[in-house]
Design a protein. Sequence first.
Length: 271
Amino acid sequence: MNDLSHHEQAIELLQELGLKEYEAKAFVALTRLPEGTAKEISEISEVPRTRVYDAVRVLETKGLVEIQHANPQRFRAVAIDEAADTLRREYEDRTDSLRATLRAIEPAAPDEETEVTHEVWSLSGGTAITSRTRQLVDESDDEVVLVIGDESAYTSELRERLQAAGDRGVSVVIGITEGSLRERVERDLPDARVFVSGLEWLHSSAETGDETVIRRLLLVDRNTILVSSFHEDLGEGHEHEQAVFGRGFDNGLVAIVRRLMYTGLLSNVEA
C-alpha cells in the first residue's frame, strides 16, 4: 500500500471496511467536492454515471452521504471525521455480531477437558503475534517476564496490558536491550522491575552472518513461553515477524530461559 497514491489508498481502505468498489470511488470523489451531481461524481471517480445513483443510495443508507432532492439531484459527503466514526462503529458492530455468532455454533466434537502437558505452536505476522502477546499477558496470574529485543515491540497496547497485570498483583519484570528505552518504560510502568538486559545476541550478528533479530522473549507464570523474531535483510516495511509459543513447560527449559531472560538484572534480585 505504500506505493499507492493517497487516492488509491483511500479507496482500498474503504473496500476493506466493507464498501464495494463503486461506492468507495464515489465517496472519495465526493470528499474532493463541496457537493456534486451524478455527472460530476462520474467524471472524477470514473464510475459509470448510471451506477453512481446506486452507489450513492448505499452510501446514504450508511450515513456517509447526504442528498439534496433538486433537479438534478446533488450529493455531498459527511465530514471526514463523522464518516470515519460511522465506519468504525459499523465495523465494531459486525465484529461483535461475529463473535456472538461463532460462539453460538455447536462444536463438531464434544468439548472434553484435557490436561495440558507440553504444546508448541507457531505464529506468523506481526498482528497475530502482538495479539497473542497481549492475550498471554492478560492471562497471567503470578509473573510476567518480558525481554524487549526491538523497541517497536513496545506498543501502547502492550503497555496498557502490562499496567493492568501489575494492577491485579502480577509481578512484572521488563528487560531492555536498548538503554534509551529504559527511561520510557520505567516512567510508564513505575511498579515494574526494569533492567537493561545483557542479551546482546538478541540482535543480528555481523560476525556470524545471522540477520535474525529476536523482537521479544516472554515468559508467563513460569510455564508459558513466546519468542518472536524477524530478519533485518528484508528491509523496513517488508520484515515478516514469526514466533513460537508453548504452554505447560514445568521442567528445566523454563529454568534456563528464565535465567537467560534475567541476565543483566541487579545481583540482589533472585532469578
